[in-house]
Design a protein around this ligand. Structure first.
Ligand SMILES: Cc1cc2nc3c(=O)[nH]c(=O)nc-3n(C[C@H](O)[C@H](O)[C@H](O)COP(=O)(O)OP(=O)(O)OC[C@H]3O[C@@H](n4cnc5c(N)ncnc54)[C@H](O)[C@@H]3O)c2cc1C
Length: 430
């Protein structure tokens, strides 16, 4: 029998994924009475298994880095492979500022379970199999949170709400704040396989990102010979599916010759799954008595594996904000504006690259990296997650954007003249 639900608390955190467990841990450590409410029961499957180097300092602050290192696969680099076979490896030890020279690939059932238990150990009342069904702000500025568990509906009162409900976007849906990305309406299909060929030697733990005519795909090596394999494709392509999802996933992945070779001995280790209605952002990130973190606020295409890092980073920021507002309520709107600016700037940095990733210009630049003025290193810093506090990265990414524009004009001009691709704008540093 579980302990009785505390009914009058300081902070209710909705959702016990990476964002929710991070926020709950940090606030409980500050001495606040926190409830962390999770609809599912850990350990449970979740997609999003490739972490970034900038995740590591957060894991260290949470006190779980050693356990994540023990459960994960060492990830020293991200490999990008073009349709033509062009191959580029971005090693994290070449970032402008090396905060960590690697990251980890993790099974999210284990990773999320660890973070959830960490929140409980920190003193949060961590509840599983309990769903937040509605929230309501009372006249006394407290929230009533309605919860459904097993066969009963109960409620609790709190001073502050943190929405970490992930792609369920509880508050954004309830308050009609959610905006789908106008151009990124792709969907993803994915599954776990055994027997997929790993890259040789030191590269065995790299994530591999392959460009496909209909989108892109990933291979993420996990422990016990499991490989997470998935593809993000256009809606038109996905409409072509006739047979089972597993077969369609395999056929899609095998449209890339190298991926097909690596899949030759692959056997499904779990049924394939799919996710639609892809990228979105909420019109608001916070308001009186509430704040969002992680996917509950925004979701960008995971081609650069940014999701878990952004979720945990925003959760740290949200926890700091809530801690300060509970002590000094008059600061709320100033702190919320700063939080929004910070999160939107980080999302924008990733989004600029993501939205252009499939363009001929970006393909051209990614396949011919050149480190003039350390621009390639700045791109690696972005791929490491260093998008918030590093002016050196930002100035170089601005220069990259300029090169992109010039290259785009050059490529158009070359096409117009019918001469094929121009000479490389960036020369290889390999
Ligand atoms: C196809 C795909 C591939 C991806 N690949 C990567 C990757 O390689 N690397 C990466 O970093 N990210 C990746 N991501 C993104 C990553 O999965 C998310 O960004 C990350 O999980 C966000 O964490 P979160 O805590 O915000 O949300 P989640 O991890 O989704 O956690 C939200 C939690 O809230 C719970 N919940 C929802 N509603 C309620 C409710 N009403 N009451 C109580 N609980 C509720 C859910 O059960 C869930 O446990 C990928 C995403 C997709 C779709």
């Amino acid at each position: 029998m579980s302990a009785p639900l505390p009914t009058d608390i300081d902070v209710a955190v909705i959702g016990g994924g990476p964002a929710g467990s991070t926020a709950a841990t940090l606030l409980a450590r500050q001495g606040w009475r926190v409830s962390l409410i999770e609809r599912d029961r850990h350990p449970r499957f979740h997609i999003g298994e490739s972490l970034l180097p900038l995740n590591l300092p957060i894991l260290e602050r949470l006190g779980v880095l050693a356990e994540v290192a023990a459960m994960g696969v060492h990830k020293p680099a991200a490999d990008f492979l073009g349709e033509s076979g062009a191959h580029n490896r971005f090693r994290f030890d070449r970032a402008l500022r090396v905060v960590a020279d690697h990251a980890f690939q993790v099974r999210r059932d284990q990773f999320d379970d660890l973070l959830f238990r960490t929140a409980a150990s920190a003193g949060a009342d961590a509840r599983e199999s309990t769903e937040v069904v509605a929230v309501h702000r009372e006249a006394d500025q407290h929230w009533t949170v309605a919860l459904k568990r097993a066969d009963e509906t109960v409620s609790l009162r709190c001073r502050y709400l943190i929405d970490c409900s992930g792609r369920d976007t509880l508050l954004a849906r309830q308050w009609k704040l959610k905006r789908a990305h106008p151009r990124h309406r792709s969907a993803a299909l994915y599954g776990h396989f055994r027997g997929v060929e790993r890259r040789p030697g030191d590269d065995a733990g790299n994530i591999s990102i392959y460009r496909l005519p209909q989108g892109w795909m990933w291979m993420i090596p996990l422990p016990d010979d499991v490989m997470s394999v998935g593809a993000v494709c256009t809606p038109d392509y996905l409409k072509q599916r006739r047979g089972a999802l597993d077969t369609f996933l395999r056929e899609t992945v095998c449209t890339h010759p190298e991926a097909a070779r690596r899949m030759q001995r692959a056997e499904a280790a779990a049924p394939a799954e799919a996710t639609g209605n892809y990228s979105y952002q909420s019109r608001e990130i916070a308001g009186p008595g509430w704040v969002m973190a992680g996917d509950a606020y925004a979701f960008v295409d995971p081609i650069f594996s940014s999701g878990v890092f952004l979720a945990m980073h925003s959760a740290e920021q949200a926890a700091q904000l809530v801690d300060r507002v509970l002590r000094a309520p008059a600061e709320e709107s100033t702190l919320q504006r700063a939080y929004r600016r910070r999160m939107d700037a980080g999302l924008k940095t990733f989004s600029w690259f993501i939205e252009r990733f499939t363009t001929p210009t970006m393909r051209h630049l990614f396949e011919r990296p050149r480190n003039v003025w350390q621009i390639e290193q700045a791109v690696i810093s972005m791929l490491s997650g260093d998008v918030f506090d590093n002016p050196a990265v930002h100035s170089r990414l601005r220069a990259f954007r300029m090169i992109y524009r010039i290259t785009a004009v050059g490529l158009r001009w070359q096409r117009w003249r019918g001469r094929g691709a121009p000479a490389a704008t960036l020369e290889s540093t390999a």
